[in-house]
Design a protein around this ligand. Structure first.
Ligand SMILES: *[C@@H]1O[C@H](CO)[C@@H](O)[C@H](O)[C@H]1NC(C)=O
Ligand SMILES: *[C@@H]1O[C@H](CO)[C@@H](O)[C@H](O)[C@H]1NC(C)=O
Length: 909
């Protein structure tokens, strides 16, 4: 939530009736002096050379001196083999005047090195091998080639754009550079408007840049967060601005844009039907990335190919440019999308299994006015027979925007209100932002001032900016004492009124500063350790949520914390869910929710969602319904709305609308066991919870640009309906004639042979089960997910072309860490030879009362008369089996067996 009153005023006064981002607030590459400098580096001979005489080889790494031949400056170069077919290249200054920043939070521990071997050394190069991978380091000029199974898959500095601006002593800073700075600080319109004098660089230019090519790649994906398509587009001077990674609070962000928004994840995956290779640019400073995909809408390249008649292989280039820090590049060798994405997860971690309820429906609004409002919203859900699990409170619950306090008039009895909620199995999430109101007597401010917990100006005074409370200062989460203090603020003793059932929303943590340059903190602010904000900017929200996470672990040691963040960086998945921020009630924003969350998912952040209905403005009723139907298939499922919008809780509408939204909510609740199982598997394997089509169908060229469909695990394919008034929709179903897809509402069978035009009434949403899957569902409607814990399962058995299927179900206590002590069940179901079998995958147990109520077999064999269950405790039991839905399904009733027990159910003809 970040309606910025300042910008409302600007927008109102500048363009009375127009909506949308005010681009004058945000830099283009041309307005960023380092982006302009690095983009001006011309391809060609690199001036950087490896000194092969200095080469040192250990079991895991190759180290050498790297020389900038023009400036005569020395660098340290190292290439390391990392477990799981990853290489790491690091370059830092050999004798730096100032230390350069290395991100502290992104990696999930120090990456484990692996053994490499030197294959060959010549006077010009050295080649090394590691598993099926080979690397050739060319010395003069620097160029590094990566081969997988003998094929060239990636080249670093192939275009010679490698740049490492070294720090210089004042007197060494040349005339030439001075001039450059003059140009950089030339007060253009942008600077004039927003007084970005804070943006100067006291230590001098320190940018780094690097190009990476991917021969043969057809598409490149990644670089969240952008409000853009999944496949990255070609950028370049004179054309589209580079993808910018700089966490920013962008009011009314625009779509199809490479502009930076709230999150920054510098990973890309280059993909072709043959292979997938990724690179992770481990840097927390402002970063721009130019992409050149020579076959992607690049008219010039197509014309050249046409004229010359050449059928040269495609090539994708990425050019990374960061304002400071070191070069720390991980090359993820793939070779499949699954491999490359898991390699990234092995470096930056996974989202730990969340509490079960967090996957259910969240109801949010800026703001629920008071305690009665909260109580009555939940009562209305109950009256309308619609499930809801979590009520959210935005900033107005606080006493004057002072976090860790309650408004004494509107929320005088938070403990009673929370008790009311939890009595019906509901939970509460409340907002806590990182800015602190500068008000004397406010304990957080007083403590932070007297103990020095705030971020500083460059002159050492406490930094002050404007945010919701007015004048604010910002906690410095790089200081261990600040983190210790902040953790304690979340304790039940300190935050009176809260309970173990209260979780938290960390918003505005880019950080958002209404009067700061580009609505954020000036780059020359100083953090603990002497780091400039410039160095750590993209990592700041991760440092913030890390502290919150530790606070919640301390507060409730046996409850898995739930935190929602807006700002995020590589590694944020270890602590938080995220959402796509302040979207709008427009069809295009519904559409972009799928590619945005898919991009986050391959960027390591599976727990993603978009505000249902759109945050700004009022959705029409059709849009609202379509939004609920589509959001069922994104991991984070929350409705939210701006304070100026009309109330839109789903019970407020006419019966037909209520019915459709109720159906969507119930569909989500029915699939909670699937979501939960997928999150467990995500924690164990690093596989994303939702996946783009190319993840499971990497050799299908038709899916390269499909981002209006998501795969939920490898089980469900959902297609967003993001146009008004449609009576039919095109759906691409992948996998070929032998891949079966069943419409999950009418159980119609489709083959994976491509495009289908499917009729859609307003009642109809588009989701399909993949033939070959077994999906555990809970089909009894309840008011909240916690009331479903003992409900029985229905297994949906979607048969493939061989009349087989398999699937998993994960169960535990839904909230604690006891699953780490083997207190869980992980069940595998298989169906073959007309027999369903269950077995425990791991030797674990969890004393659940859950049982199997029904089997629904999709695409069943013909002529089944009955079924027989066999289990140890029940012996042999005859079961009813009956066809329905025009014989598209066979329903086997009441197996009645406990989910803890091994069993078989055999069909009889
Ligand atoms: C992209 O690459 C192609 C082929 O190498 C080249 O001709 C073109 O100039 C590049 N475009 C940009 C914008 O750099
Ligand atoms: C709690 O619920 C009761 C019964 O519905 C209601 O009367 C009371 O106002 C609620 N209290 C709060 C603080 O929400």
């Amino acid at each position: 939530m970040a309606h910025q009153w300042i910008f409302s005023l600007i927008v109102l006064s500048c363009a009375l009736y127009s909506m949308g981002v005010d681009k004058n607030n945000f830099k283009t590459c041309d307005q960023s002096s380092f982006c302009r400098r690095l983009r001006a580096v011309k391809p060609g001979e690199s001036k950087y050379e490896i000194d092969l005489d200095s080469l040192q080889v250990t079991d895991n790494s190759v180290d050498a001196k790297l020389l900038n031949t023009e400036a005569g400056v020395l660098f340290k170069f190292s290439l390391t083999a990392i477990n799981g077919n990853i290489f790491r290249i690091q370059v830092d200054e050999a004798s730096p005047l100032y230390q350069r920043y290395r991100p502290q939070f992104a990696l999930n521990g120090e990456p484990q090195v692996s053994k490499l071997e030197v294959l060959e050394r010549s006077k010009d190069s050295v080649s090394i091998t590691y598993n099926k991978n080979k690397v050739i380091i060319h010395a003069r000029p620097l160029k590094i080639e990566f081969f997988e199974n003998g094929e060239l898959v990636s080249v670093v500095n192939g275009r010679g754009l490698f740049t490492f601006e070294h720090y210089r002593k004042k007197q060494e800073q040349t005339n030439e550079e001075g001039q450059e700075n003059q140009v950089a600080e030339d007060p253009g319109a942008w600077e004039e408007n927003f007084k970005s004098h804070h943006d100067s660089k006291p230590k001098g230019p320190s940018a780094i840049g690097l190009d990476v090519s991917f021969p043969g790649a057809l598409r490149v994906y990644g670089l969240p967060e952008h409000a853009d398509r999944l496949a990255l587009k070609t950028t370049g001077p004179g054309g589209v601005d580079p993808y910018r990674l700089y966490n920013l609070d962008v009011f009314e962000y625009e779509l199809d844009s490479t502009m930076a928004i709230y999150g920054a994840i510098p990973v890309v995956y280059a993909h072709s039907p043959k292979r997938t290779v990724g690179v992770f640019w481990h840097n927390a400073a402002e970063t721009w990335v130019d992409i050149n995909n020579s076959k992607d809408g690049n008219v010039m390249a197509s014309i050249v190919n046409l004229v010359s008649g050449s059928k040269s292989e495609n090539n994708v280039d990425a050019h990374f440019m960061s304002e400071s820090g070191i070069v720390d590049l991980f090359v993820l060798m793939g070779p499949t999308p699954k491999d490359a994405i898991k390699q990234y997860a092995s470096l930056t971690g996974v989202h730990p299994l969340p509490q079960y309820f967090t996957l259910a429906y969240h109801q949010c609004r800026w703001n629920y006015n008071d305690e009665d409002d909260v109580t009555s919203v939940v009562q209305n859900f109950d009256i309308s027979d619609m499930p809801v699990d979590i009520m959210w409170l935005d900033i107005e619950y606080t006493n004057g925007k002072k976090y860790f306090t309650w408004d004494p008039v509107k929320f005088p009895h938070p403990d009673v209100m929370i008790q009311n909620l939890t009595a019906t199995g509901r939970k509460l999430v409340i907002i806590i932002d990182p800015h602190i109101k500068r008000e004397s007597g406010y304990f957080v401010h007083e403590d932070s001032l007297s103990n020095d917990y705030y971020v500083k100006n460059k002159d050492g005074t406490v930094y002050e900016g404007w945010c919701w409370p007015g004048s604010s200062s910002y906690l410095d989460f790089y200081k261990p004492e600040t983190v210790e203090y902040y953790k304690d603020l979340y304790s039940l003793e300190n935050f009176k009124g809260t309970t173990h059932d209260v979780n938290f929303w960390n918003d505005m943590n880019e950080p958002s500063v209404f009067n700061g340059p580009e609505i954020t903190m000036p780059k020359d602010c100083i953090h603990h350790g002497g780091w400039e904000h410039r160095d750590v900017h993209n990592e700041y929200p991760l440092a913030h949520t890390y502290a919150t996470f530790q606070g919640l672990i301390n507060r409730s040691p046996n409850k898995r914390p739930f935190i929602l963040t807006r700002g995020h960086f590589s590694g944020s998945q270890r602590y938080t869910a995220m959402w796509t921020g302040d979207n709008a009630a427009e069809w295009s924003h519904l559409a972009v929710s799928y590619p945005m969350c898919l991009s986050e998912a391959i960027g390591g952040i599976s727990f993603c969602g978009a505000d249902i209905g759109g945050f700004f403005n009022n959705p029409d009723i059709e849009l609202l319904q379509r939004w609920y139907q589509a959001a069922v298939w994104l991991p984070f499922f929350r409705a939210h709305a701006h304070i100026d919008t009309r109330r839109r809780e789903p019970y407020l509408f006419a019966d037909d609308v209520k019915n459709r939204i109720r159906n969507a909510l119930r569909l989500r609740y029915a699939h909670l066991p699937l979501w939960y199982t997928l999150f467990w598997q995500h924690e164990i394997t690093g596989e994303p919870v939702i996946r783009p089509l190319f993840y499971h169908y990497p050799t299908d060229e038709n899916v390269l640009d499909i981002d209006n469909e998501v795969l939920v695990g490898n089980t469900v394919l959902a297609r967003v309906i993001s146009d008004p008034g449609v009576s039919s929709i095109n759906v691409y179903l992948p996998g070929g004639a032998n891949e079966y897809w069943y419409d999950i509402e009418d159980f119609r069978l489709y083959h994976g042979t491509g495009n289908y035009n499917i009729p859609v009434s307003l009642d109809k949403s588009l989701a399909f089960y993949r033939g070959g899957s077994i999906i555990p569902r809970k089909d009894r409607p309840r008011r909240s997910s916690s009331l479903m814990h003992n409900d029985p399962f229905t297994l949906y058995i979607a048969l493939d072309s061989n009349q087989q299927a398999s699937g998993y179900l994960y169960i535990d206590d839904a909230e604690s860490f006891e699953y780490k002590n083997k207190k869980y069940l992980y069940v595998r179901f298989t169906f073959e030879d007309n027999t369903l079998k269950s077995e425990l995958v791991d030797k674990t147990d969890y004393p659940t009362k859950e049982w199997i109520e029904r089997l629904v077999i999709l695409g069943p064999p013909k002529g089944v008369k009955s079924a027989k269950l066999v289990s140890k405790s029940l012996g042999s039991v005859e079961l009813d089996a009956a066809y329905s839905n025009e014989d598209r399904i066979l329903v086997v009733r009441k197996p009645g067996v406990s989910i803890r027990e091994k069993f078989t159910v055999k069909l009889y003809f």
